[in-house]
Write a new protein. Structure first.
Length: 51
């Protein structure tokens, strides 16, 4: 986690139902918990898709 965070990037793991998203155009919104000194966090991920 620390290497990616230092590059101003983050990774998401163990996501479900990604097969239900379109190949392009989905916008992911993540809401991680801010854990002082932590290098990872559980988070809620939402996907916005056009109808």
């Amino acid at each position: 986690h620390a290497g990616m965070h230092g590059a101003n990037k983050f990774g998401l793991a163990s996501l479900a139902n990604l097969d239900k998203l379109p190949p392009k155009g989905a916008i992911l919104i993540t809401a991680p918990l801010k854990i002082t000194g932590g290098t990872g966090s559980p988070c809620r991920v939402l996907a916005l898709v056009a109808w």
